[in-house]
Ligand binder design. Structure first.
Ligand SMILES: Cc1cc2nc3c(=O)[nH]c(=O)nc-3n(C[C@H](O)[C@H](O)[C@H](O)COP(=O)(O)OP(=O)(O)OC[C@H]3O[C@@H](n4cnc5c(N)ncnc54)[C@H](O)[C@@H]3O)c2cc1C
Length: 411
């Protein structure tokens, strides 16, 4: 038997759960919303976060725009205990003279952003979703097929009953390798960077004092983001090190001592000696972008719609702005009696976010390319620009405001 829903979100990663919370908050109580997640989520009583593909050992730098969105959703107070504020960002280029310091205080802000470890973000969101009690959670369950039909989409599910759903709107949020996007024939473009992002947590001899380091090297950018102290280590930073795949492979497999020595050589001594490395993981990097993000009854969100280079920490922040925009468009339309899958309603969302998406994708794509280019004239211009950031206050402000997602918030 086929059951009816108004909205089904396929994929309960960082994006799917955040969207479920936002739609549960904004849409009329009569709207039937279901979230389907394939990976087994921790039970309600669990106090420690379990491993999950979206909420894994990575950390996420939340921009000011994300702070505003989570504040509006009422989630910021619960998140706060897991957030490490970024008070300064030190940007430098290895082997070149340019460097600059961006300070929150220069803009009258309390922080340039906040770093949260993904497992704690996941735990907070899941707890909030269960507490809100507005969205049906099917877990572990997978949406295995989606077929566009009159008035919405027919879905086949595995691992749960009902095994068949008809929904007015399907939100495709199943990640960068989205099987559902492909099954629906929604095309996406892909540009591989031929680089991997190696991540792990690092204990350092000196405290980070709220400083995030962004260091550009000829192999790729390297970021160390400040983390809150944890049991056994008070000075901790989260590493995102972009490397050629074969180098990432060898650094994944080597001993901790060799790994720390290689990192120290690349990063230098700004945090003193690097003392300890946590579990290492690597992610192949590519830019994926889906031009057709809406159809009657379908919207593609998160990594399924756009997966970016992590250098500027923009992927999830952009996805959260998409979520807020979709909520703002859907809520009044549904309250006025429109179907959530109405193409004209979904197109309004798409138009609203088109410019923000393009701007953010270009920023994330061009930044590493600019710093890795071997052209000596470009290198000189880049170094002048970096050192120039120290006197070119308007340029610096534009950079900081872009990274904070402020242009989009104003738009
Ligand atoms: C190294 C690294 C660092 C990053 N740092 C930052 C940062 O600092 N700031 C920032 O803004 N962004 C950052 N990002 C980007 C951010 O991680 C992504 O934007 C985010 O993970 C996208 O989440 P998602 O929910 O769209 O996809 P995913 O995390 O891939 O989640 C998809 C979910 O769908 C589920 N699923 C899949 N198929 C099905 C199905 N058929 N049925 C049901 N469920 C299904 C999966 O189990 C999974 O839980 C970083 C990315 C990387 C790789």
């Amino acid at each position: 038997m086929t059951e009816q829903r108004d909205i089904v979100i396929a994929g309960g990663g960082m994006v799917g759960i955040s969207l479920a919370l936002e739609l549960g908050r904004l849409l009329p109580a009569t709207s039937r919303i279901t979230l389907v997640e394939g990976f087994t989520l921790p039970p309600p009583a669990s106090s420690a976060p379990d491993y999950h593909p979206s909420f894994d050992a990575r950390s996420t730098a939340l921009s000011y725009s994300s702070q505003l969105i989570y504040q509006a959703m009422g989630l910021w107070p619960a998140l706060q205990r897991w957030l490490c504020p970024i008070s300064t960002i030190h940007v430098s280029s290895r082997g070149h003279f340019g460097s600059t310091l961006l300070r929150a205080a220069d803009y009258g802000w309390q922080a340039l952003g906040h770093v949260v470890e993904n497992p704690w973000l996941g735990q907070t969101l899941l707890h909030a979703l269960r507490g809100q009690g507005r969205v049906e959670l099917l877990n572990p369950a997978q949406v295995v097929a989606a077929t566009a039909v009159s008035g919405g989409v027919d879905l086949a599910l595995e691992g749960t009953t009902p095994a068949r759903l008809h929904t007015a709107l399907l939100v495709v949020a199943d990640g960068a390798d989205s099987g559902l996007r492909q099954g629906l024939g929604v095309s996406s473009s892909e540009k591989t960077y031929r680089q991997h992002a190696l991540i792990c947590n690092i204990a350092t001899a000196q405290p980070h004092s709220g400083c995030a380091f962004e260091r550009f090297t000829d192999e790729g950018p390297l970021a160390l983001l400040p983390l809150l102290p944890a049991a056994g280590s008070s000075n901790r930073s989260a590493l995102v090190w972009t490397l050629p795949p074969e180098r990432a492979e060898s650094l994944l497999g080597c001993t901790d001592d060799k790994f720390l020595a290689a990192l120290q050589q690349r990063f230098g001594y700004r945090l003193g000696r690097l003392l300890q490395a946590g579990a290492r993981q690597a992610y192949p990097l590519s830019l994926r972008h889906c031009e057709e993000q809406v159809r009657a009854g379908v919207v593609v969100m998160g990594n399924a719609a756009h997966a970016l280079h992590p250098v500027a920490g923009q992927g999830f922040n952009l996805a959260l702005r998409d979520i807020a925009a979709l909520g703002r468009v859907l809520a009044p339309a549904v309250a006025a009696g429109a179907s959530p899958g109405s193409l004209s309603v979904l197109q309004r969302y798409r138009e609203h976010q088109r410019e923000d998406q393009l701007r953010t994708i270009q920023f994330s794509d061009r930044l590493p390319a600019l710093f890795m280019h071997s052209d000596p004239m470009l290198a000189l211009a880049r170094d002048l620009a970096l050192s120039g950031l120290d006197w070119a206050a308007p340029l610096k402000r534009a950079f900081v405001e872009h990274a904070a997602g402020l242009e989009a918030t104003r738009g």
